[in-house]
Ligand binder design. Structure first.
Ligand SMILES: O=P(O)(O)OC[C@H]1O[C@](O)(COP(=O)(O)O)[C@@H](O)[C@@H]1O
Ligand SMILES: [Mg+2]
Ligand SMILES: [Mg+2]
Length: 298
């Protein structure tokens, strides 16, 4: 089975980018090992005002040190840091955006969580998602699975017993499907959001919502459908962040033939105003995203 490095070389990745991708994806192993000693909450909040899990903080600090020591990264924007961190000694121009641990509420119940990473080669972490050079996520499930695109389709890899990533599938094409998941309390949904969800339910859509964006998206990548974290009647920005979550996942979705939207436009075309820019998010099969935008235009 093709290794990650073999794939990256075959995809024509510049050596420094391959090194960076291999380095980041390898951190899945120490992060998984850290679960057992980081089950609690850290007693602190991140810039989104969310209580930080100990593993949020551990993963953020771990990956940050790895990136700083690599000399490959000029700046880093992380969900767990208030501001963009700059590494003046970097020899390359990569900017990294990351959600070091996505699905934090599931750590204590041993359900699937992940790490989301986007890489820009223009040195600017607040770029539009469409300008990403690479996007990836590690999903900590029964296997450790890496999903990645370097702009030439989406490929998945599983970590083997030696710590090497072996190709599972690719290029992955997201089918039209009927799996749907939505954040926000049902009582707080807007009429348009409710209309969209009901249109899927009427067709026999299946509810799949775990509390982990990465895990829920991974199902949609395979089976088709849509993940939603919408604006609600009392919160018009939604919960998820444009830079760390929407952009890398949306770039992967688009590379697999899917789409990402706030109901009006592709999120990949929106420049983040600040690192913690929040946005309503719908990501999934292109037919469903098209229907969504039609409902929002009514
Ligand atoms: O608990 P809620 O409000 O349904 O939100 C769940 C969503 O929040 C998130 O956990 C936010 O991500 P973080 O865990 O990285 O903060 C998503 O992974 C998930 O889809
Ligand atoms: Mg997250
Ligand atoms: Mg997180």
């Amino acid at each position: 089975m093709t290794t990650l490095r073999e794939y990256l070389d075959s995809a024509g990745c510049e050596p420094a980018l391959s090194d960076l991708i291999v380095l980041i994806s390898a951190q899945a192993a120490p992060i998984r090992d850290a679960f057992i000693s980081n089950q609690s909450y850290a007693g602190t909040e991140n810039s989104s005002g969310e209580e930080q899990a100990a593993l949020d903080v551990w993963s953020d600090e771990h990956i940050t040190k790895i990136l700083e020591d690599s000399g490959l990264v000029k700046e880093l924007a992380s969900e767990e840091k208030p501001d963009i961190l700059k590494f003046p000694g970097a020899t390359e121009n990569y900017a990294v955006v990351m959600d070091p641990l996505d699905g934090s509420s599931l750590i204590q119940v041993n359900l699937c969580v992940g790490t989301i990473v986007g890489i820009y080669d223009n040195g600017d972490a607040l770029s539009k998602g469409e300008d990403l050079r690479a996007a990836m996520y590690m999903l900590y499930g029964p296997m450790t699975v890496l999903t990645i695109t370097v702009g030439k389709g989406v490929f998945t890899f599983a970590m083997d017993e030696t710590g090497e990533y072996r190709m599972l599938d690719g290029p992955v094409k997201m089918p039209e499907g009927k799996i749907y998941g939505s954040g926000g309390l049902n009582k707080d949904w807007t009429e348009k959001h409710r209309n969209f969800i009901e249109s899927i339910e009427k067709e026999g859509g299946k509810l799949r919502y775990s509390g982990s964006f990465v895990a829920d998206f991974h199902q949609i990548l395979k089976y088709g459908g849509v993940y939603c974290y919408p604006a609600t009647i009392d919160n018009n920005t939604g919960k998820l962040r444009l830079a760390f979550e929407a952009n890398p996942i949306g770039f992967i979705a688009k590379q697999a033939g899917g789409a990402i939207s706030d109901g009006h436009t592709s999120l990949l075309e929106i420049k983040p105003e600040k690192p913690h820019h929040k946005t309503p998010i719908y990501v999934g099969s292109s037919g469903l995203i098209k229907r969504l935008e039609e409902i929002y235009r009514e």
